[in-house]
Ligand binder design. Structure first.
Ligand code: SAM
Length: 202
């Protein structure tokens, strides 16, 4: 992967493949979302190459992060080490939909969920309900909300917003990168702020 592109997107000479580079969120956005987790013990799914993990660990008390792909987890470990944050992060290899896996991270104040929406193509339509993300965003949110009310969920920019109707009270933030809607983040519980629909531009 081009080190110049990695530095521009993530802020340092981190390790990434074409895929984990694409999956990772720009440092300006990860830092903006992570800000709400100051001082908390955070459960993160899914680690990817660790770019959100790093932003969270910079500000949170501790991060336990779950990833299903060993190669992604290995990249994340290297990146967190490079950021000198290894002492604040526990890595779990496993399925974020498994109760057994989530039990390991039981003592958390809040959760950050960034399911994989890399499945793409010209005809691809992202679904939140009966989700085609990995893990499925709707089921993941329901599972994690049984453990903590304080949850942030990242969703793709082209999600049908009507699909979010009926969810428990939340703030929906549109995060814009240089004028372009990059993603939505839904905040539940103590992570929520007013107004219920907000925009963040970087
Ligand atoms: C959007 S990426 C995460 C990007 C990451 N937050 C970052 O900033 O680099 C989603 C990750 O979810 C992982 N994943 C997919 N299904 C999973 C599951 N059931 N449990 C845990 N991780 C999963 C994928 O391997 C991928 O690394």
């Amino acid at each position: 992967m081009d080190p110049v592109a990695i530095r521009a997107k993530f802020g340092d000479d981190y390790t990434a493949t074409e895929l984990t580079f694409r999956l990772g969120i720009d440092i300006r956005l990860t830092r903006a979302m992570a800000e709400r987790f100051a001082g908390m013990r955070v459960l993160e799914t899914c680690t990817g190459a660790g770019f959100t993990t790093i932003a969270l660990a910079e500000i949170a008390a501790h991060v336990t992060t779950v990833e299903i792909d060993p190669e992604h987890q290995a990249q994340a470990r290297l990146n967190v080490q490079r950021a000198q944050l290894l002492d604040k992060v526990d890595f779990i290899l496993g399925d974020a939909m498994s109760d057994e896996v989530l039990d390991i991270a039981a003592a958390t104040d809040a959760a950050f969920l960034d399911p994989d929406w890399a499945v793409t193509g010209p005809q691809h339509v992202y679904r939140f309900r009966h989700s085609n993300m990995r893990p499925p965003a709707d089921a993941l949110l329901a599972n994690v909300r049984r453990r903590t009310a304080n949850v942030a969920l990242v969703l793709p920019p082209d999600i049908e917003l009507q699909e979010l109707a009926g969810l428990p009270k939340h703030e929906r933030q549109g995060l814009y990168l240089e004028g372009q809607l990059a993603l939505y983040c839904l905040y539940f519980g103590a992570l929520m702020r007013e107004p219920a629909e907000s925009e963040l531009h970087v």
